[in-house]
Design a protein around this ligand. Structure first.
Ligand code: SME
Length: 160
């Protein structure tokens, strides 16, 4: 297991290229889901200094529950179809929110969060986890993030 994270100082794409193999190595020898999701959130936050990085876990047919995360305290439960996370779960697709104030039903955990990306993680064709990343900057996420975070979702789904 890598003990020290190497962080690229290049573009965001360079940073993902540098990070994803390290995350693969970091979680490949561990089967405990909590440990792996905790380390993935820490690695993402360390690499990009995002405001909040974490996972919600499908807890029932209708509800997500907060999982491992890095950042300020957050809402514990989110219903299917509610907020960005619940919508990404229901629609089974990545959602980029350039300005959280303009997303109908956005659930505010901190007024410091300005933009957000949410990526569903599928296990056996069903959404099992939701990766949620918040930025303190407006419009901080684009297709580069969705492409690499969806690759990350596949890495996680094999190990969690
Ligand atoms: N903003 C999210 C809620 C989770 S927090 O941002 C950590 C949403 O609307 O689903």
């Amino acid at each position: 297991m890598a003990e020290e994270l190497i962080i690229s100082k290049g573009s965001r794409q360079d940073a993902y290229e540098c990070l994803l193999p390290q995350i693969t190595a970091l979680i490949s020898d561990e089967t405990n889901v909590i440990a792996n999701l905790a380390n993935v959130s820490a690695a993402l936050r360390q690499s990009f200094n995002f405001f909040w990085v974490g996972f919600y876990v499908v807890d029932s047919e209708t509800e997500l529950v907060l999982g491992p995360f890095q950042g300020d305290i957050a809402c514990t439960r989110i219903k299917k179809g509610q907020g960005v996370c619940g919508t990404a779960w229901k629609e089974e697709k990545t959602i980029i929110v350039p300005n959280v104030d303009e997303f109908p039903g956005h659930i505010t955990c901190s007024s410091l969060s300005k933009s957000e990306i949410v990526v569903p993680i599928f296990v056996n064709n069903f959404v099992k986890y939701i990766l949620d990343i918040d930025s303190h900057l407006l419009n901080d996420f684009n297709e580069t993030d969705s492409v690499y975070l969806e690759q990350l979702a596949k890495i996680i789904s094999k190990q969690c």
